[in-house]
Write a protein that binds this ligand. Structure first.
Ligand SMILES: Cc1cc2nc3c(=O)[nH]c(=O)nc-3n(C[C@H](O)[C@H](O)[C@H](O)COP(=O)(O)OP(=O)(O)OC[C@H]3O[C@@H](n4cnc5c(N)ncnc54)[C@H](O)[C@@H]3O)c2cc1C
Length: 355
């Protein structure tokens, strides 16, 4: 049922919220309010890949739950946890992607409000979400001038760009989020002034686990589809599954899948336990799993032959959807800051200081 829904939504480019809500609500609930490691296996099995925006969504809930005050937690978290409302994470801007700390969206204080001006790019769920967790500049340049505020849909001055046309991830909308003299109560600020970048980066640890888990779901589904296809498809007078080369390939894919899963779970445990090595482990898991899982999906398409290239076969969607996971939440080129592999002299260590 879910596969049909995914493929249909991919073609029509719509977000299946009404179908998803009851289904995801039935998944094991994270304890207490915020994300827990138990959420990630459920994300892998239920969300698979093209609904990776749900990873951003859970990141927002965690940020509010962890850094918000009691009033904010009780106001925003319950409807988000029951999925009556959805949230979007708003960090990226047209001029600041990898260099997120250079963001320009301004929040000037006027009495008990901030007046927001600027725009956010590539926002998952943009236009559909009820709540926008926005990183904006309340102070000087650099990360310490950034604060985090919640902007609710319907606030005057908040608008959205056109729906982006994407290679994959078509069952979730991506839009620019625009602020024009948008007045937001100071009471909607999460954490202290100047703490926003730290909150955004801490949120990304869980975000990396979520994105990696979605890759895992895509790769897992691709391995199953490939196994089934090889059993059915006959060439040279016998099922392809009898071909030893293809058997080795499938075993290799399954091995890389399990290695990715183990890395993600161990990083999720480190995060859950608040360990010091959590940032590095989450980054490593995301780097490894998104690359390995994309390679698995691509190999799966190859093993479907020409059929893999047809939109009637789900495997092509897993390839398209999982590709973006390597771009999100910091790409491989910027990992040097997150995965310790340099000594104090800034040259590469032969024995990196690994967790
Ligand atoms: C479908 C989709 C959904 C998204 N959803 C969200 C969302 O919900 N919220 C949000 O805030 N953002 C979102 N993003 C934005 C995403 O996080 C950014 O695209 C990503 O951070 C990269 O930024 P950029 O696109 O500006 O690339 P750039 O920063 O311009 O980078 C371009 C290339 O240069 C490389 N590069 C950059 N700096 C360095 C360096 N110092 N050394 C070596 N290489 C470098 C990068 O790795 C990349 O390969 C989304 C993007 C997409 C495509």
């Amino acid at each position: 049922m879910y596969k049909r829904m995914l493929v249909g939504r991919d073609c029509h480019g719509s977000m299946p919220l009404s179908s998803l809500k009851p289904w995801l609500q039935a998944a094991p609930a994270p304890q207490p309010i915020s994300a827990s490691t138990s959420e990630y296996p459920s994300l892998e099995s239920t969300v698979q890949c093209s609904l990776g925006c749900l990873g951003n969504f859970s990141m927002c809930v965690w940020m509010i739950d962890t850094f918000g005050n009691e009033e904010q937690r009780h106001r925003f978290c319950p409807p988000l946890c029951t999925m009556e409302k959805f949230a979007s994470y708003c960090l990226t801007e047209p001029g600041s992607g990898s260099d997120a700390a250079s963001l320009l969206t301004s929040a000037k204080r006027q009495g008990d409000h901030y007046i927001l001006n600027g725009s956010k790019a590539f926002i998952s769920g943009g236009g559909e979400s009820d709540i926008y967790v926005v990183m904006c500049r309340t102070g000087g340049p650099g990360p310490k001038g950034i604060s985090c505020v919640v902007v609710e849909k319907g606030t005057p001055g908040l608008s959205f760009g056109k729906k982006e046309k994407k290679v994959g991830w078509n069952s979730q909308p991506t839009r620019a989020v625009i602020f024009e003299d948008c007045a937001v109560p100071v009471a909607s600020r999460i954490g202290d002034e100047g703490q926003g970048f730290l909150i955004a980066m801490k949120g990304l640890n869980g975000g990396r686990i979520s994105v990696a888990s979605c890759s895992l779901g895509a790769a897992h589904a691709s391995v199953i589809l490939t196994r089934d296809h090889l059993n059915v498809r006959k060439q040279f007078g016998e099922p392809l599954a009898r071909n030893q080369y293809l058997q080795f390939k499938l075993a290799d894919m399954a091995t890389r899948l399990v290695a990715s899963r183990l890395m993600i779970r161990s990083a999720a445990v480190a995060l859950q336990e608040g360990r010091e090595d959590a940032v590095a482990l989450c980054s490593m898991a995301k780097l490894f799993a998104t690359e390995e899982c994309f390679a698995i999906c691509s190999q799966a398409l190859q093993m479907h032959g020409g059929y893999g290239y047809l939109k009637d076969y789900a495997v092509q969607q897993y390839v398209r959807d999982s590709r973006v996971h390597q771009i999100l939440e910091v790409q491989r080129e910027a990992w040097g800051n997150l995965i310790p592999c340099r000594d104090k002299g800034n040259s590469c260590h032969s024995h990196p200081q690994l967790p």
